[in-house]
Write a protein that binds this ligand. Structure first.
Ligand code: AMP
Length: 469
């Protein structure tokens, strides 16, 4: 009793903090014994019975028994010999007017999983969508355009059927031999796909013996081929390598971020970024805002933004974000100066001014050098970085300095040991344009799915594999 005051006081403070709304976790035999002794256990949010396992889990170690259970879901523990494997991929690739693929990333990144299966004597049946045909056949969006590239990349003739369900598909699937691949026509030629129709999912499921989900970019969609279909494979469903690696890398930011954690959010629409910004305000030390979304914040703070991009219906949201950042102790960095133009084109007249003093008739199209330098300093002093959305109209060379500077700073921070994650089409094209992609820790191919995962939402396709649905 002479030496228990410190422990008692600590227990009482934790109980009081919990009363006021904090989440409290107590673990380890002695700490549990103490709160029990002082009859405070009922005031603690959660008491973990684990000692060593709790500490190791908190340290970020992967516990072996947890790993073993998780591994049941992976393709490394599955015997593919003689199996026909339905693989949901995201071959929604950009095509030019000659229907040639202009960026093959989504196909290339799916292939290690395919090779793993075919090399073990399995056959692969690819399911994917392409574009938004709204439930109707559209020649321009036929997957027949990607067969030549897919065959070349896999170094084998990939078979193709004109309809993803029906007699022809059933016959082609039945005739498929070990090591062969079959591509089904665009799933979205049937409206049942996006409606998550159970009968449609059943018909797709009947074509294979196992289901591999390898399309992280579509994981936030509860469609027939991403969600409903999983119920027909209760014991034979798993993630492909692409999805596994996306989750592992995004978790480094979501679950294991090292401080200082800086998020950089740019782009053009506040309304599409609100949820991610609000979620990040619970996780980050620094939040840098750039791009067109800045001006809604500047206007909300009473600044003059001229003809810059503004979402008037988001002014209150911007104010709410500013207040929340303050409340959570997050350093919010908005640009202080900017590059303005009298027209939305590269060869417009260009000036430099304070961001809250933009004259009428002018619009802010990039951040200014003072802001770029400040952003660089914050980024280079970070240990974890997340970047989504360009900092200016980087497609036009006169307004690309901010995006280039941010890309360079993220690359330099990574060189110095930070973990960096970039997601979203424009930020990826920016780092590619500046040949900095190889300097980034991880580039996620997913846009919407990435943002929803970071927000903490359980993505339907992930749930469908991990749980019984
Ligand atoms: P998002 O799809 O919302 O990530 O927005 C990407 C687009 O934002 C890119 O095409 C950029 O050109 C654009 N953008 C970035 N900064 C600005 C700005 N200051 N004014 C208008 N558009 C911008």
């Amino acid at each position: 009793p002479s030496f228990s005051m410190g422990t008692l006081k600590t227990a009482m403070s934790i109980a009081r903090a919990t009363d006021k709304g904090a989440f409290s976790l107590i673990g380890g035999g002695d700490s549990i014994a103490a709160v029990n002794k002082y009859s405070l256990a009922h005031k603690i949010s959660y008491i973990s019975t684990a000692g060593g396992a709790l500490l190791e889990y908190l340290e970020g170690k992967e516990l072996s028994s947890i790993k073993a259970i998780k591994q049941n879901l992976t393709i490394d523990r599955y015997n593919f010999e003689g199996k026909k494997v339905l693989m949901r991929v995201d071959f929604n690739v950009p095509l030019n007017e000659n229907r040639e693929i202009t960026d093959t990333t989504r196909i290339i990144t799916a292939l290690p999983t395919v090779r793993k299966i075919t090399s073990e004597g399995g056959a692969v049946i690819f399911m994917t969508h392409l574009g938004r045909p709204k439930g109707q056949y559209d020649e321009n969006l036929s997957l027949k355009h990607i067969v030549p590239f897919l065959s070349k990349a896999l170094d084998k003739d990939v078979k193709f059927v004109n309809n993803c369900i029906g007699n022809e598909a059933e016959k082609a699937a039945a005739e498929l031999k070990p090591g062969e691949c079959l591509l089904l026509e665009n799933l979205r030629f049937h409206k049942e796909e996006t409606n998550a129709d159970e009968e449609f999912a059943r018909k797709l499921a009947a074509l294979g013996d196992a289901f591999v989900f390898n399309a992280f970019g579509t994981a936030h969609r509860a469609h027939a081929s991403t969600y409903t279909i999983a119920k027909f494979f209760p014991k034979d469903k798993m993630f492909g390598y692409l999805v596994e690696s996306e989750i592992k890398n995004i978790d480094k930011v979501v679950k294991q971020a090292k401080s200082p954690f800086t998020a950089i959010i740019g782009g053009s629409k506040v309304s599409t970024k609100i949820h991610i910004i609000l979620a990040l305000l619970e996780k980050v030390d620094n939040l840098i805002i750039g791009g067109g979304i800045v001006f809604t914040f500047i206007k909300a703070m009473g600044g003059k933004v001229g003809n810059s991009l503004i979402e008037d219906d988001q002014l209150d949201v911007a104010k709410q974000i500013i207040a929340k950042a303050k409340e959570n102790g997050v350093n919010l960095y908005l640009p202080t100066d900017c590059i303005i133009a009298d027209q939305f084109k590269n060869d417009a007249h260009i000036e430099h001014c304070n961001i809250n003093e933009i004259p009428d008739g002018w619009m802010g199209l990039d951040i200014g050098i003072k802001s770029a330098n400040k952003f660089t300093e914050v980024i280079e002093n970070s240990s974890t970085l997340l970047w989504n959305g360009p900092i200016g109209v980087f497609e036009m060379s006169n307004f690309s300095m901010g995006t280039l500077k941010v890309a360079m700073a993220v690359a330099r921070a990574t060189d110095k040991g930070a973990y960096s994650l970039i997601g979203g089409g424009d930020s990826i094209s920016a780092v590619n344009k500046y040949s900095l992609a190889y300097k980034i820790s991880y580039i996620s191919t997913a846009g919407g799915a990435l943002l929803e995962y970071i927000e903490g939402k359980k993505l339907p396709a992930i749930k469908a594999i991990e749980e019984d649905i």
